[in-house]
Design a protein around this ligand. Sequence first.
Ligand SMILES: [Zn+2]
Length: 66
Amino acid sequence: MDSNNWPECMACNVGCLVPLSDFGAQGAPVHYKAWVCTNPECEFNLKIRNGEIHLGEDIHKGARVR
Ligand SMILES: [Zn+2]
């Protein structure tokens, strides 16, 4: 996949959405499990969990204080 061709973020129209991968319970890779906006002011995210799509959950970034 062309890394310069990520879909635009519909929430802010500034960033783009990049896919994140994870590993399943058996260690099998789960590709594109979550998509996150690259704009730090936006934080739009989309996650796929158990076949359901979750939108706009809090992003855990460690010690960041808002
Ligand atoms: Zn965005």
